[in-house]
Every structure is written in structure tokens, then in C-alpha cells.
Design a protein around this ligand. Structure first.
Ligand code: PLP
Length: 388
């Protein structure tokens, strides 16, 4: 017997996917009407758009003046792998991972690049590894926000200012939502499709002067695909960091990225975006604190993500299910909410514990999350009778 009344109002925008994430409020294709379609990306108009994207990115994110920013192929994965392939080798590597994507970078380093001096520090879903173990004479690799566990690093305090190795950070679901300690970061990557609700396929690569120094003084022993090449004859190809991309970008996606950045400026820049995202998380926090059927997967509040908010189902009946039935029940909940057009794509990531993942980045409206929570209560109640 169902006891929770079906809500009668749905979120105006039910897109709560963790990537590609919701477009900004008020977005329509009309916003892309100035895209120089059918024109060369190397024509003045194309180059200007690409450079404008880099300049606005630096300004919104508060990236230090002497850091370089490039638009690169293959989304965040492309940017991360370009960095790993170009920079790793001369020093030992410490890698910190606590969810699916970080684990993928370990695989790259150990099994593809076959580096042998690698120390791996890991933690299960919901937790974070012990960063005190980092040895800053080595290269350090970590993810700022673990998108599939909803666990983030609280800050960059643990990173040595006077390090010898490089810090390489996959920040794809953190930038534009969390304060990045830029002085502590040598390489940072992300993709447009995440926090800004942009399109897939393009990655962003941010390099500190120390990372550039490494690029210019070290040649990796393995073959380097053209798509990864950042130097020529031992010198950085500066044009890449001014919008002369390695290969052809989509000017439609570039226009969309620019639209996102202009919106960010309108809502108060980085602090405006962070405020929006934190207000979104607060809606979920308030709701979780008032029920005993859902809880955060992140065990420590300081590590709780304000973008990819991952929830465990803690209802007694659910806890008693086998792992297989937990996965089935969570999937059914997600399907019910999808069918009702109340929420799309809120299932936990395929490798993560069964539960929900609700995107709370800046492009989401707090009012939509407020309308979503009664649907979560209703949906869970609906499926409980089938599994109890
Ligand atoms: C932490 C993290 N790294 C890497 C990726 C891969 O990003 P992309 O598909 O943009 O290459 C994702 C995507 O969700 C992610 O969350």
C-alpha cells in the first residue's frame, strides 16, 4: 500500500544528469545564432571566438596570468591523457583515486604507459584517500571532485607550495563550482559538458609555468600521437594557447561555450556560480536531514560534492535487499521518475553503489530541486511495495 501522495507539480527542467549537464537557465538554440558556421576556425572570426573563449575562461575562473589555457580534442579524457602522455616519466608518480574515473587514470599510467615507479592511494566509494601520504618530490595525480562517488577534496591545503613534482588534477566536475587552489595546481583539465552545461567533445587544458618547463625539457620515450603534441623542436607551441587548436573544433560548440561563459559573468562570475551550486546542495541537504530513507554517499560532510550529489538509499526495507535487488530497485526508482518526466538520468554511475546521483551545479535551479524531492519520496514509496 502506497502512503506517499503523488506530487502534482514537476520540476520545470527535469535534466539532472551529471554529464552532459543541464544547459543554463533560459538557454535556447537562438543563443548560438552568431556561430560562424561553414567558416574556417583559422579565419579571423573563428580565431577570435576561440581566443575569446580562452580569455573569458581565464577571467571567470581566476586563472593566474602566467598560466596557459588551451582548447583540446576529446573532452576531459583527451585533456587528461594529453597531460599524462606528455609529462609523465621523469619522476615517480603518486596517484590518489576513490572512484571510477581516477581508477581509469591508474590504468593509463600502469598498463598503457607502463610506468613502474607508481604509488597508488585509494579509498572506497564514499571516502577519500589519505593525502598526507603524498610525496611532493614526485608527480601527483588526483581528481578534485569524484563525479561517480560525490566525494571531493575539501581544498588544496594538503598540497605543498614548494613541490618538486607536478600536480595534475582532473577537475571536470569541480571547476565553475568549487574554489580551485590555482597556486597548488600545475595541470588542470575539464570539459565543457559538465558544470557549464556545454557540449561534449572538447576539453580544456590549463598549464602552470612549471608544467610548461617540464614540457620543454623532457621528451617522453613513447610515440606521441599528433593529437597530444604540445611542443615542436622542444618548444611549446604557443599558438595552441591562443586558439590555434591542434585540429578542427566545432564552432557551434565554441559558440555554446562562449554563451555559457557570458551567462557565468551575468550571474556574478565564479562566486555567483559557487553560490548557486551550494544553494542547490542545501536543498538536498535540508531534505535528507528530514527523512530517513536517503543519505549522502560521502561519509564526511567536508568532502560532500556540491555538483555530483550521490545518495544512498537507507530505507530499512532497501538495506535488507541483496546487492542484485538493490541495483534493481534503484533502477526501477530512476525509471519511474524518468517516465513521469520528473527527473532524467539520476541513476548512480554503473560502477558505483546502487543509489541516486543528482546534479547540483550552477545551471540547475534550486526551485527545480525543491520540486524534485517530493518525487523522490513518492518514487521510493512506489517501488517499496514491489521489493518489501
Ligand atoms: C572525474 C571525471 N573525469 C573524466 C570524465 C570523462 O569526461 P569526458 O567524457 O568529458 O571525457 C568524467 C565524466 O563524467 C569525470 O566525471
Amino acid at each position: 500500500m502506497s502512503i506517499v501522495k503523488k506530487p502534482n507539480v514537476k520540476p520545470a527542467n527535469p535534466n539532472f544528469s551529471s554529464g552532459p549537464c543541464s544547459k543554463r537557465p533560459g538557454f535556447s538554440l537562438d543563443a548560438l545564432k552568431d556561430a560562424p558556421l561553414g567558416r574556417s576556425h583559422r579565419a579571423t572570426i573563428g580565431k577570435e571566438k576561440l581566443e575569446d573563449t580562452i580569455v573569458r575562461t581565464k577571467s571567470v575562473l581566476g586563472i593566474p596570468e602566467d598560466y596557459r589555457v588551451a582548447i583540446v580534442p576529446a573532452s576531459d579524457t583527451g585533456a587528461v591523457e594529453m597531460a599524462l602522455w606528455s609529462l609523465l616519466g621523469p619522476r615517480g608518480v603518486d596517484i590518489f583515486q576513490w572512484e571510477s574515473f581516477g581508477k581509469g587514470w591508474v590504468d593509463d599510467i600502469k598498463n598503457q604507459l607502463k610506468l613502474d615507479d607508481v604509488r597508488e592511494f585509494k579509498a572506497p566509494y564514499g571516502q577519500i584517500p589519505d593525502f598526507n601520504q603524498a610525496d611532493f618530490s614526485r608527480d601527483i595525480i588526483f581528481t578534485w571532485n569524484g563525479t561517480t562517488s560525490g566525494v571531493r577534496v575539501p581544498n588544496g591545503d594538503w598540497i605543498a607550495q614548494d613541490r618538486e613534482g607536478l600536480t595534475i588534477c582532473d577537475a571536470t566536475s569541480a571547476v565553475f563550482a568549487m574554489d580551485i587552489a590555482w597556486g597548488k595546481i600545475d595541470v588542470l583539465t575539464y570539459s565543457w559538458q559538465k558544470v557549464m552545461g556545454g557540449e561534449g567533445a572538447h576539453g580544456m587544458l590549463v598549464l602552470s609555468p612549471r608544467a610548461v618547463e617540464r614540457l620543454e625539457s623532457y621528451t617522453p620515450p613513447w610515440p606521441m600521437p599528433k593529437i597530444f603534441r604540445l611542443t615542436k623542436n622542444g618548444k611549446l607551441i604557443e599558438g595552441i594557447f591562443k586558439g590555434a587548436t591542434i585540429n578542427t573544433p566545432s564552432m557551434l560548440c565554441v559558440e555554446d561555450a562562449l554563451d555559457g561563459l557570458k551567462w557565468a559573468e551575468e550571474v556574478g562570475g565564479l562566486s555567483g556560480l559557487i553560490t548557486r551550486s551550494q544553494a542547490n546542495l542545501k536543498v538536498i541537504e535540508d531534505w535528507v536531514s528530514q527523512n530517513n530513507t536517503f543519505d549522502f554517499l560521502a561519509e564526511d560532510q567536508a568532502t560532500r560534492s556540491n555538483t555530483s550529489v550521490c545518495l544512498s538509499i537507507t530505507a530499512d526495507w532497501f538495506q535488507k535487499l541483496s546487492a542484485e535487488n538493490k541495483a534493481k530497485a534503484a533502477k526501477r526508482l530512476v525509471t519511474i521518475l524518468d517516465t513521469e518526466n520528473a527527473a532524467y538520468d539520476i541513476g548512480s554511475y554503473r560502477d558505483a553503489p546502487a543509489g541516486l546521483r543528482i546534479w547540483c551545479g550552477a545551471t540547475i535551479e534550486a526551485s527545480d530541486l525543491q520540486l524534485l524531492t517530493p518525487w523522490l519520496d513518492w518514487g521510493l514509496d512506489q517501488i517499496s511495495s514491489k521489493f518489501k
